[in-house]
Design a protein around this ligand. Structure first.
Ligand code: HEM
Length: 197
């Protein structure tokens, strides 16, 4: 197996992740600025692939250029998974999911425009985008895990491990002698594993 091929796979995953994030932010800008019909045709922008870069068309066209860049990165990711990740079938499965999602998302973007921004399609468009970002994040994490610095792996192990069960902590001094203490409340009785009674 080629180390260069594997490097292409894992770096295209990182590039895809950030391209997806940036495209989502541009999509948010399209939505928030009401520029969804700045390019009222698809795949061209009002009949041109080099539209005047002004106003709503510039915002919507930037989102489509981001989507195009993302699609190129995810295609490289998918092809490099097929070629160089045969011994890690999970990578191939995740890359296939990412590739199908990006194709679906690009088509869905076109349908959103053709539908004149039907709300349920806009919501579906957002749902597919977040799923895609999730798949890409997982690929970045798993694909690069063997290359992570040891201290990152140790930190992740610590973060996901229970603290050791220690001796019970002494009760704090009673600040208001004579009043019921928190320990007297039925709501503050110790519960859960390890508590007696
Ligand atoms: C392929 C990657 C793409 C991703 C990750 C993506 C992501 C997003 C996101 C996160 C939003 C804002 C939230 C929402 O949808 O409700 C959005 C909005 C939008 N996207 Fe995309 N998008 C992609 C491709 C496309 C394409 C190819 C088109 C058009 C051909 C498109 C057209 C739109 C439109 C028109 C909106 C605004 C909807 C509105 O104003 O109601 N998207 N996109």
């Amino acid at each position: 197996m080629s180390e260069t091929g594997r490097d292409i796979f894992r770096w295209s995953a990182v590039a895809s992740f950030f391209a997806c994030y940036a495209t989502m932010m541009l999509g948010g800008e399209v939505l928030a600025s009401g520029s969804g019909l700045g390019c009222a045709s698809w795949p061209s922008c009002n009949g041109s692939f080099t539209p005047p870069f002004v106003g709503a068309a510039a915002i919507e066209w930037s989102h489509r250029l981001g989507a195009f860049t993302l699609s190129v990165f995810v295609t490289v990711l998918f092809v490099s998974a097929l070629l160089f990740e045969r011994r890690r079938p999970t990578m191939i499965r995740l890359a296939s999911l990412a590739f199908s999602s990006v194709l679906l998302e690009a088509l869905l973007g076109g349908v959103v425009v053709e539908s004149r921004l039907a709300v349920w399609l806009v919501v579906l468009h957002f749902a597919v985008a977040t799923a895609l970002l999730g798949f890409l994040g997982l690929i970045v994490l798993l694909g690069n895990l063997p290359h992570f610095p040891k201290r990152w792996v140790e930190w992740a192990t610590r973060a996901s491990t229970d603290l050791p069960a220690g001796p019970p902590r002494p009760a704090p001094a009673d600040p208001l002698p004579g009043r019921p203490t928190p320990g007297d409340s039925p709501w503050s009785q110790p519960t859960g594993p390890g508590s007696s009674g």
